[in-house]
Design a protein around this ligand. Structure first.
Ligand SMILES: C[S@@+](CC[C@H](N)C(=O)[O-])C[C@H]1O[C@@H](n2cnc3c(N)ncnc32)[C@H](O)[C@@H]1O
Length: 241
């Protein structure tokens, strides 16, 4: 058996923001977490996942719907909207930002989206061991932190080796959808995934069309306001041998 990867030996793609939670956010964790927030056995750190922990989607969602995973779901606008518009599918938001998780739970509860779960954890660990192999129909990564200074590039989520991590979680033919307003990161994503033998492009031309299921978020608006091009990419996981 290969040794499990120790993710805490690798740079993480986030800095945890602390700060007081508002009353509403506290309420979300106190009252809504039992339905929405997965209780994950931890490993070495607060946001890590114990390497032996496994999600059983059929038990958690009470059915076997197609599972859509959003990495870095922020305030949850995209995934709550998707969960509402597609009640027959199941959704999982992966985020480390507690205020964002609270907002996601509050919105989901208010709008009545029950087919959604949240996990407060470092996404590569969720993809590489917590999700059963081949569990996800799609993985979405919209506006990941760009880590634009050269010396910080190594903290980018989509870096060499990331394809293998996502490919494990995706079913055969499953899709990895990405969007960014940071040109240099878009180029890096394309280079990393074009070179990955487990993926093939699922778009023609230079960039993919805007994913219709992607709602406008503050990050996209900010990029547009600064005159940046928004780049979408979509890759298909090849069939396992
Ligand atoms: C720039 S924000 C974009 C949020 C959202 N996708 C949007 O478009 O509005 C990136 C988010 O990814 C989260 N994030 C970064 N690295 C992560 C990781 N390794 N695991 C889970 N969440 C992560 C951050 O906490 C942050 O909320």
């Amino acid at each position: 058996m290969p040794e499990p990867r120790i993710f805490r030996d690798e740079p993480v793609s986030f800095v945890r923001r602390s700060g007081r939670m508002s009353e509403g956010q506290e309420r979300a964790f106190a009252e809504l977490a039992t339905h929405y927030l997965l209780d994950v056995p931890r490993g070495a750190a607060e946001t890590s996942v114990h390497p032996d922990a496994r999600l059983d989607p059929a038990v958690e969602y009470g059915r076997s719907g197609a599972l859509y995973v959003e990495v870095g779901s922020g305030q949850g606008h995209a995934i709550v909207s998707a969960a509402l518009s597609r009640p027959d599918d199941d959704f999982l938001a992966v985020e480390v930002f507690r205020a964002g998780l609270a907002r996601t739970m509050l919105d989901a509860d208010r709008e009545g989206a029950r087919n959604l779960r949240l996990v407060e954890a470092n996404a590569p660990e969720v993809l590489s061991s917590y999700l059963p192999e081949g569990a996800a129909a799609e993985v979405w990564i919209f506006f990941p932190d760009p880590w634009h200074k050269n010396k910080h590039n190594k903290r980018r989520l989509v870096r060499p080796g990331f394809g293998e991590t996502v490919a494990r979680a995706l079913r055969d033919g499953g899709l990895l959808r990405l969007a960014t307003d940071w040109e240099d990161y878009a180029l890096q994503m394309r280079e990393v995934l074009d070179a990955d033998p487990l993926f093939e492009r699922a778009f023609d031309g230079e960039w993919a069309e805007r994913f219709v299921g992607r709602v406008m978020t503050a990050f996209e608006q900010k990029g547009i306001a600064k005159g940046r091009d928004i780049r979408d990419l979509v890759y298909r996981r090849k069939t396992r041998a």
